[in-house]
Design a protein around this ligand. Structure first.
Ligand code: UFG
Length: 327
């Protein structure tokens, strides 16, 4: 049993991370400013309200929580927003992480699992993408996450803080027990947008671009079930707590689904046609992002068994029907 400080523990992935930590016998302590997170999502342990940009609050949180390791989910993660307002992303994602590492150094906490992203690869020079592919982000969001990866390297060299940076591909689905799930305001992600369209909670889905160099002309992504994703984080935390070395690992399945294929799968799962229309490309969308996830399987023994499209959509739909948070 270990005490883990979970930044962003009230957000989509962070809340699932807390559930997984608790299920594995650990004690999550959420640190969140509730800017995009939900108070209703804090269900698996203590909560400290605070902002990563407030170094004093962060130091106080370490003194209170006495964590042995950190899971660092807290970040802004909307690519379009990062293009329009880069200052927001550099300040929050990079400045916030710098404060976090400073507080870890001062508190003598030597293990951190960090949410990085496939967006650090930009337009990838490999397909599928391995961890050694060139990292050349094409938007401030990806650049901010790559900057934190480099910061982690430097803090290890100088202060011995070991880290795992997981580079996420497309996360989808929800806790099958419906305690926590995905709820963003505004929502931009494909699966919840598809389900909101079916439920009549928004206008018809717009498919962003049909002229990509893919078999059906729509973008291809590698979708991973959020419960599988957070399982990797628990394995990663235990890896670091056992004194093992820093890692950089992709989290995805190696299977690509086009936007059209996701829409078709959702129609089948829900049993209704998805109202949709076709729009132009969304700026900054690479045509195809598919992961070579061999390394996470081999090194950590990770097995993403729930990352089946019908299961991800089914769990997201079940959560949408009954579980959603209220502010
Ligand atoms: N899409 C639509 N219509 C919608 C929403 C999305 O056609 O209403 C398309 C997008 O244009 C894209 C695909 O569906 O082609 C997936 O889009 P998402 O917004 O769900 O996910 P992204 O691939 O853009 O981004 C995700 C994370 C990012 C991360 C990136 C890394 O949200 O934080 O993966 O691959 F950087």
């Amino acid at each position: 049993m270990a005490r883990i400080l979970v930044t962003g523990g009230a957000g989509y992935i962070g809340a699932h991370g807390c559930k997984a930590l608790r299920a594995a016998g650990h004690e999550p302590i959420v640190f969140d400013n509730f800017r995009t997170g939900w108070r209703d999502a804090v269900k698996f342990g203590e909560m400290i309200e605070g902002d990563l940009l407030d170094l004093d609050a962060l130091k106080a949180a370490f003194a209170q929580a006495k964590p042995e390791a950190v899971m660092h989910f807290a970040a802004l993660s909307n690519v379009g927003e990062s293009m329009a307002d880069p200052e927001l992303y550099w300040r929050n994602n990079v400045g916030g992480s710098l404060n976090l590492l400073t507080a870890m150094r001062d508190a003598g906490v030597g293990s951190i699992v960090f949410s990085s992203t496939a967006a650090t690869y930009g337009e990838p020079d490999e397909d599928p993408i391995t961890e050694t592919a060139r990292q050349a982000p094409i938007n401030p969001y990806g650049a901010s996450k790559l900057a934190v990866e480099k910061m982690l390297d430097d803090f290890e060299k100088a202060h011995g803080i070991r880290s795992i940076a997981f580079r996420y591909f497309n996360v989808a689905g929800a806790d099958p027990e419906r305690q926590v799930g995905e709820h963003h305001v505004p929502e931009t992600h494909l699966v919840p947008n598809v389900l909101d369209s079916v439920a009549g909670a928004r206008d018809a889905l717009t498919i962003n671009g049909t002229d990509y160099p893919t078999p059906d002309g729509t973008c291809i992504r590698d979708y991973v079930h959020v419960m599988d994703l957070v399982d990797a984080h628990v394995l990663g935390t235990e890896w670091l707590l056992a004194g093992k070395e820093s890692l950089r690992l992709n989290l995805g399945t190696g299977s690509g689904f086009s936007v059209r294929e996701v829409v078709d799968a959702a129609s089948e799962v829900v049993g209704e046609t998805v109202p949709m229309n076709y729009g132009p490309r969304r700026p900054g969308d690479p045509a195809r992002l598919v992961c070579d996830g061999t390394r996470a399987r081999e090194v950590l023994g990770w097995s993403p068994e729930r990352s089946v499209m019908a299961q991800m959509i089914g769990d997201a739909w079940a959560w949408r029907q009954t579980g959603r948070y209220s502010r």
